[in-house]
Design a protein around this ligand. Sequence first.
Ligand code: SF4
Length: 501
Amino acid sequence: ADDVALDPWGSSTISDYRKLFEEFGIEEFDDVLPDVPNPHYLMRRGVIFGHRDYDPVARAMREGDDFAVLSGFMPTGDPHIGHKLVFDEIIWHQRQGGDAYGLIADLEAHSARGMTWEEIDEHARDYLLSLLALGFDPEEGELYRQSDNRELQDLAFELGSKANYSEFEAIYGFDGSTNVSHVQSVVTQMADILYPQLDEPKPTVIPVGPDQDPHVRLARDLADRMRFFKVTEAYASFELRDAERPLVAAVYDAREEYAEDAEMPRCGEAGEWLSEADLDSLGVVVAESVRESTVEKLANAGMEPLRPRTRFLDANATEAAFEALIEAIDGEKRRYDEHVDAFDLSFADADELAREIEVDHGGYGFRAPSSIYHRFMTGLTGGKMSSSVPASHISLLDDPEDGYDKVKSATTGGRSTAEEQREKGGEADKCPVYELYAYLLSGDDDEFAKEVYDECVGGERLCGGCKEQAAELMREFLEDHQEKREEAEELLDSLDISTES
Ligand code: SF4
């Protein structure tokens, strides 16, 4: 598919996102793209540019295993063409076989944005209608409002017990004047992200803009904190039931595997086999892995009591302490080897088994949620596309004629004269109109998007005609979408989700 793939943004725009890759550990989507079956055009065109841990989702798609997709919408205004990216991402994953969830973040809209319930109801309905009109299947998937979902709220309450206020200060800049409901809406959002796994753990992808990454990171962290039976805990004792012994062996295997990778620093190595723990909290995790409460919980759940044998590190663990741990594990391994023959179990399989054991004993066994990140659309007037600046965006509810007019008056990446444009070509990479083609108007047709791009940069395409074509396509899109919205009214009313007060 390489020959039809587009690189419309070139390396210059990618560099704007480099900081996200380097500082926050978001990975480039291109790395995982070859593993995705029938990738969506937003993936092929680099609009979805980054991910966090998308591999398990891609694997589930390839192997026909369970996975889920979830994203939420804050009903603070009209849904616009930027939101359509997320709608499309949810619907595409649903069509690939995922359990799909679309939620209305009404608690957040009320607490963080001060919207009235009346305004929220109206906008909620508009978001849901567009999601249905674009093809979300509510029979297969689930739509809900935070305020209506009791299971979600219970989960939020539980997650809240694993988070503390100083974290929120650090992550979200909360301070003494932050209202309490706002804090509550953050734990609710964490619960949203983990909600698809309430019944059973499964890979889950959250399609969002990169600005939402802090939520994803916190949710991944909380997912881990909720685990009470990590693979690493198994190794803390040799007195496991026979059935769980493979876990112990697997941990040792994994440790060896990672130790062989010379490029991986020692601490990173620990980070891998110590349940993806953040290095900063290395000490804490290790200490937690053998905490008394775990022993107690497992004993209560009817398992042989785990008696911690290793208690080396505390929260301020030093490199030397870490070395001591490694050495002790080696000692444990030698002793273990005397009892058990080699088991053929990968770390991932052992982790899976540990989740099953946890679920059997009343836990959630959450998997850390994955995420994908899409580029923000440039506003039609240049700068950021903003819900509060009508001319900068096209609402999915805009009159088709207004949509046409907005495209016609959009800024472009064109040169100052037609002559110069023929000579140097347009700057499609900087052109909001080209973005409309690539993100929306070309649909699945890569050839068409590429043609527009090539003609533009090659100087064959001039902005007047180009905008006229885009404006007409936009008018058609809006007409068609709004017709489908009308058709979806009945369907929405038949669903068990309130959109009227
Ligand atoms: Fe943008 Fe089209 Fe002009 Fe190129 S020709 S700069 S894509 S409006």
